[in-house]
Ligand binder design. Structure first.
Ligand SMILES: C[S@@+](CC[C@H](N)C(=O)[O-])C[C@H]1O[C@@H](n2cnc3c(N)ncnc32)[C@H](O)[C@@H]1O
Length: 270
C-alpha cells in the first residue's frame, strides 16, 4: 500500500559500518536497482564539483592516470569532460561488481564513453597519479588507507568530495537509496583528518558543502553532518604543485609553482 508519505532519508545511528550493514539487510550499493538510482542527476556538473575540477586541471599532466573510485557509471567523467582535458588523461572507474558489469554492458551498447576503463579489482588498476573519491567515503566499507593499500602504490594526489563529517564520534546511519537502505558513514572530522596525515598526506585544500549537511530523522539530537572536500598531496612530493602542460610556454621548459602551506588537520576551513 502506498501512503504518499516519503520515507525519511536517514534513519538509525550505529557505531560502525558492520553493525549498520546488518540492519540494512541488503547488498547496499552492490544491487542493480540501487546502483541505477540518480544516474542522470549524478552526470550533471554541480556547484561542489568545481573545486575538484579546479584541482584536476591544476595537477594535470599529459597521460595522467586518474582513478575515480566510486565512479559509478562514469558520472564525473561525463560531468567534467567539457571542463578538463579529459581526452588527454587516462580515466579508470573503480566501483562495485554490479555497477561495473552494468557499465561495461552500457559501453557495449554505446551508451557510455568507450574511453572509460571500468574495474572492480583494485589490484588490476596499475599505477595511478590521482585518486578521486567523489561521494564515495560515506559508502565505503573499508578505510581509505585500506583502499590505497590495495593499489600498486599510493597516488601522489587524492581528491575527496562530499565526505560526511561531524564533531562527535563517527556514526553510521542508513540512507534510503531507491528501493533499499545503504549504510552512510558520518566520520569524526578530527580522526579522519589525523588518519590522512598518518597515511603520509598533507591537506592542500579543503572546502565545505553546506547544502549537503544531513540530519538523521530518528536522531536529530546528533545534529547535522558537515560535508567536506579535500585535496591531498603525498608529503614527500609536496614541495611544488603545478601542471607542466598548463604552465609550459611553447618554447621554454615546464614551470611549476610553489604550493601553499599545508592546512593543519582540523583547522578552520574555507
Ligand atoms: C553516490 S555514488 C557517487 C557517484 C559519483 N562519484 C558522484 O560523485 O556523483 C556512490 C558510488 O560509490 C560506489 N561504492 C559504494 N561502495 C563502494 C566500494 N566499497 N567500493 C567501490 N565503490 C563503492 C557505489 O556503487 C556508487 O557508484
Amino acid at each position: 500500500m502506498t501512503t504518499g508519505i516519503r520515507p525519511p532519508a536517514m534513519v538509525g545511528a550505529y557505531p560502525n559500518y558492520a553493525t549498520a550493514a546488518v540492519k540494512a539487510r541488503g547488498n547496499g550499493y552492490n544491487d542493480k536497482d540501487v546502483a541505477q538510482v540518480n544516474t542522470g542527476l549524478m552526470r550533471k556538473t554541480v556547484v561542489w564539483d568545481y573545486p575538484v575540477i579546479h584541482w584536476i586541471n591544476e595537477v594535470f599532466s599529459e597521460g595522467m592516470h586518474l582513478l575515480d573510485a566510486g565512479g559509478h557509471f562514469g558520472s564525473k567523467y561525463i560531468a567534467f569532460r567539457d571542463l578538463c582535458p579529459i581526452d588527454r588523461l587516462q580515466w579508470t572507474v573503480y566501483d562495485l561488481p554490479v555497477t561495473v558489469d552494468l557499465a561495461r554492458a552500457a559501453q557495449e551498447s554505446q551508451e557510455l564513453p568507450a574511453e572509460i576503463v571500468f574495474q572492480d579489482d583494485l589490484a588490476k588498476v596499475g599505477q595511478i597519479d590521482v585518486l578521486l573519491g567523489s561521494g564515495l567515503m560515506q559508502y565505503l566499507d573499508i578505510s581509505l588507507a585500506e583502499l590505497i593499500g590495495k593499489l600498486d602504490a599510493p597516488p601522489r594526489y587524492i581528491l575527496l568530495n562530499k565526505v560526511a563529517t561531524r564533531c562527535g564520534p563517527t556514526v553510521v546511519t542508513l540512507e534510503k537509496v531507491g528501493p533499499g537502505r545503504v549504510p552512510y558513514q558520518i566520520r569524526n572530522r578530527n580522526d579522519f583528518e589525523k588518519n590522512l596525515t598518518e597515511m603520509g598526506y598533507v591537506i592542500r585544500d579543503q572546502w565545505d558543502i553546506p547544502s549537503l549537511g544531513r540530519i538523521i530523522s530518528t536522531h536529530p539530537g546528533l545534529g547535522p553532518s558537515v560535508s567536506r572536500g579535500y585535496f591531498l598531496e603525498r608529503r614527500e612530493q609536496a614541495r611544488t604543485i603545478g601542471s607542466p602542460d598548463r604552465h609550459r610556454s611553447s618554447t621554454g621548459p615546464p614551470v611549476s609553482r610553489r604550493a601553499n602551506a599545508p592546512i593543519q588537520p582540523g583547522a578552520g576551513s574555507k
